[in-house]
Design a protein around this ligand. Structure first.
Ligand SMILES: [Zn+2]
Length: 454
């Protein structure tokens, strides 16, 4: 049996840093421009009380993960000591658990903390950029309830969908770091540190299962250790440095008052939580009678699910669902984009699906038009008309082309007559090529069967 637990650090969405008023923007700005004496720990500087929005966003996540919240209890912020150039104070401020005992898809959530991000140290150049120093993070700790890399990936996808719905975290590259604990049955626990993506978690866990399995097979012992994930090679590497809880020398930060969460704050936040992905998927299946697997993919981004609901009022829901999860998701994933950041207009997507559903354009042309929408925001209906891309469904017109292709391809015709189905694909491919993908595929197939059969 494989036992996996995760610690997920995600940046909370706020305008300012956790303990000062500096902007929390650290990407695409000049190095060390969003800094002040507090977030660079100058002598004599004192942190301000934590940024309220950071706490609110953490509570939102806690509630959405079905956690209990520590209400009216003093929650101390601790100093976790370690020494590295990205951490000018030599300690990272991290709170005691604020939310605890949650559950998502049968995975227990142990606790949520709030903490500050360190700066960024560029080892090769010897540069430190403190723009990130003090950016608020939530640390989400699961119980060791995951049993495979696949399960970890599914859990993380759901978590990402949830935080996206809440609009509580930053969704940009590098805004998340994950530590994964993994052990094989009876073996020691290995901690893999600093994985930067959900995909990375899957790769690191796969690698560790093989590495630990090989050791066991050779009769060797798996050492309890901390390893680092090398994303480029997809492997984990042992590190020399040993760390244990005692080494961090946790103490409560005497400069900061404890956090106090009131019942009314929690009630207020609970009321802002929208319908979450899992509930939405269930409702879409019930309300629109679409396939469950389609619904689950649609709800992974709130904007896609919302678009579906809007379109499904006018267009056949299942056709809509299939097209959004298929061609649209494919093009978005290929560009590593979310719908909300894609620049695609709802109106254009609607036109495209309408034309496709009414067989005005073939699926191939629909794909091509979608691709051009990423380059130019223009009505796809106009584009189709201007470029003459509408489906040819005039049987006589297609018949002429089919006859021509049959004439040109005696070998394929003979093969088909001898029962080779593949030859039919070959022939219809030629017809589609001749018509630049515009011939109705159904009519082509029917014609070929009729004419070749003779
Ligand atoms: Zn600052």
């Amino acid at each position: 049996m494989v036992v996996i637990g995760l610690e997920i650090h995600v940046q909370l969405k706020t305008k300012s840093k956790l303990f000062c008023k500096c902007s929390a923007t650290y990407r695409d700005v000049e190095q060390n421009s969003n800094i002040c004496p507090i977030c660079t720990s100058q002598p004599g500087s004192k942190p301000m009380a934590i940024t309220r929005r950071a706490l609110e966003n953490l509570l939102k996540i806690g509630l959405a993960l079905n956690c209990k919240i520590k209400i009216d209890e003093r929650i101390y912020i601790q100093r976790k000591h370690y020494f590295y150039p990205d951490l000018p104070s030599n300690y990272q401020r991290t709170s005691l658990p604020i939310a605890y005992d949650g559950m998502v898809s049968n995975i227990r959530i142990r606790e949520l903390h709030i903490e500050e991000d360190p700066g960024r140290y560029e080892l090769r150049k010897g540069l430190v950029d403190y723009n990130r120093s003090g950016v608020p993070l939530v640390e989400i700790v699961t119980d060791p309830d995951l049993r495979s890399p696949e399960e970890a990936r599914m859990f993380l996808e759901e978590l990402q969908a949830i935080t996206g719905y809440l609009d509580a975290t930053r969704e940009e590259p590098g805004s998340m770091r994950i530590d994964a604990n993994i052990s094989l049955e009876g073996g020691n626990r290995v901690e893999v540190k600093n994985i930067n993506s959900y995909k990375g978690v899957y790769t690191a866990l796969k690698y560790e299962i093989i590495r630990q399995g090989n050791l066991v097979q050779k009769g060797l012992k798996v050492e309890q250790e901390t390893r680092h994930f090398d994303e480029a090679q997809g492997i984990t590497l042992g590190s020399r440095k040993k760390e244990s809880v005692a080494d961090y020398r946790y103490i409560p930060d005497p400069d900061l008052p404890p956090i106090l969460v009131t019942e009314s704050l929690v009630t207020g936040i609970r009321n802002t939580i929208p319908e979450l992905p899992r509930d939405k998927a269930r409702r879409l299946v019930k309300q629109f009678r679409i396939k469950e697997e389609d619904a689950w993919i649609l709800v992974s981004e709130k904007e896609v699910a919302d678009l579906f609901e809007e379109l499904a009022k006018e267009i056949d829901p299942q056709a809509c669902a299939s097209w959004l999860r298929g061609p649209l998701k494919k093009q978005l994933n290929y560009r590593n984009l979310l719908l909300k950041d894609s620049g695609l207009s709802k109106q254009h997507i609607k036109e495209l699906i309408q034309m496709y559903v009414k067989n005005e354009i073939t699926d191939k042309i629909a794909d091509e038009l979608l691709i051009s929408l990423f380059k130019e925001s223009k009505s796809p209906r106009k584009m189709a008309e201007e470029l003459g891309l509408k489906t040819i469904s005039n049987v006589n017109e297609i018949e002429e082309i089919v006859k021509k292709i049959i004439k040109e391809s005696p070998k394929a015709v003979e093969d088909y007559s001898n029962g080779e189905e593949k030859a039919l694909h070959f022939l219809s491919g030629k017809v589609m090529k001749e018509t630049k993908g515009r011939a109705s595929p159904e009519i082509v197939r029917d014609l070929l069967k009729k004419l070749v059969g003779k």
